[in-house]
Structures are given as C-alpha cells and as structure tokens.
Design a protein around this ligand. Sequence first.
Ligand SMILES: [Zn+2]
Length: 302
Amino acid sequence: VQVGEFEVLRVVEWAGLYAPVADLFASIPRSAWEARPWLSPDHWDAQTGLYRCAFQTWVVHAGGQTILIDTGEGNDKHRPQVPMFDHLSTSYLDRLEAVVGSVADVDFVVNTHIHHDHVGWNTRLADGAWQPTFPRADYLVPADDLSYFDPDHPERMRVPETEDERLRFDGIHIVYRDSITPIRDRITPWDGSIEPVPGVRLQQYGGHTPGSGIVRIESAGESAVFVGDLLHTPLQVARPDDPVSFDLDPTAASDSRRRLLAQAAEDGSWVFPAHLPGRGGFTVVRDGDHFEIDRWAPFPTE
Ligand SMILES: [Zn+2]
C-alpha cells in the first residue's frame, strides 16, 4: 500500500485458528459475531467458534529508511505459556528478506509492546546463543514495558488473578530473557511521543500493556496508523469498549482504542492492527458512538 511517498508491505509469519472467541472476548456475545457474516472465515470460524489471527510484520519504507513494526513469534523459542508456538520453525526470515533485501538493511525495529508475539524475531539462535537478527538496527521499545516486565524486578508486575495469567506472567520473563536482554544495548527506550524518521511518529497508547504504542505515518497528505494490539478483531471497531483478555488495563485500553478510532475516522487513515488476517487493514467511519469499517486494504487475503 502506498501512503503518500511511503510504502507499506506485509510479511506474515503465521496465520490460523488460535482460541475460542468466548475466552478471548468474554464480553462479546456470540450473536454479535454471527450478526456480521463477513467475519467468517477470515476472522473467526463460525463452526468451531475459534478466533482466527495472523502474526506478522509491517514493513515501512520511508525517506530511504526501512522500518519493521513488530517481529512476530520467532523461531526456536521456548514458550511453555503458548504450546502451539513452542519452538516454532517457519521460513519467515526468507520471506522478510525478499521484501527488505538483507537483515542488515533494516534501520529501525519497533516493538509496539513486549509480548511473545511482537518481539520474537528481535533475536535468532546462532552458535548456541541469542543474537540480534538485525545487526544494524536501532530497536525502539516502550520504556514502561522495559521496566514493567523486567525479570530482575518481578515485583513490578501485578499479581496474576487466574492460573492462565500466572502461566503467561511467568512466560513473559522467558520472552524478555531471550528476545530483549540480548539486544539491550541496541534498544532506544521511549515514551510519550518520538519521531525517529520524519513523518514516522511513535505514540504511547497504554492499556494493553503499560507502555504499548502505535506508529503513525504521514506523507503527502496521506496517513496510516499501526495500532499493535489495541484492536484484535474488526468487531472491536463497532464495539470499542470490549477488551481482549490480554489487556492488562481494560479500561485504559478501551480509552486508547476509542481515541485512535476517532482520529482515524477524522483523517481517513489506514488502520493496520498487528494481528489482522484477511486484508490486513481498513479505514473507518464514525457511526454515532461507535465506528464501522469503510474500506479494506488492498493486500491479498491471508
Ligand atoms: Zn499480540
């Protein structure tokens, strides 16, 4: 997709059925999914009730710079908290290099937040150790997430409320040690708002995690916004107050979601969520107190 002078490309690492929508979106009744027949099969499977998603990287070519937004799950990683992605092995890196040239050509890596499915390819296994996958890149990681999930300070995380949360909270310390700690000296922590490349701005929109951010790009009067995990399903466009079970602070996440949708409806930006399969993104229009999808992005269906 062309956004003014900038180019946006998509590299899918994995796409498939993940977990029951009833578990992930507890406040969304099944009838709301069924009321929008176009959601199946790309975004859920109406037969099994399973949520369908993609793990992917958004690549932005802007002003001669190559920027990656989120780095998926990664290969060879120990992930007891998500057994279906334990020691994953995909050809993602070959497909990424087909788009960006060499891994050495990547200038910036943005992790919208620190979760297993957004930082995985920060590192790769080489000679028995986790090495930076992108040897020249400046890694931009939210400062509040770097602090909150730091495995040397487990007391900073809130106490898990369920067994599932306990598994995930323990798991994130494993994620940190294999995908953050090995590149710590290459990370630029950020908060608030920064513009690493003219026309490419990172903005903190907390709630999903304490530091979670979005990336807004603007060129020649056109714009796009990469919203990370503030939107997990197109259904949250119409129902912005409904959280996903992974939102650490659901109220703050809903507020962030409403703010970014209002902005996108106002300026007509493309919206690219981290996990959207199907066409990958959309534009939105306001409809009273909620929003609806206007146009789908012209990416091939995944
Ligand atoms: Zn995610």
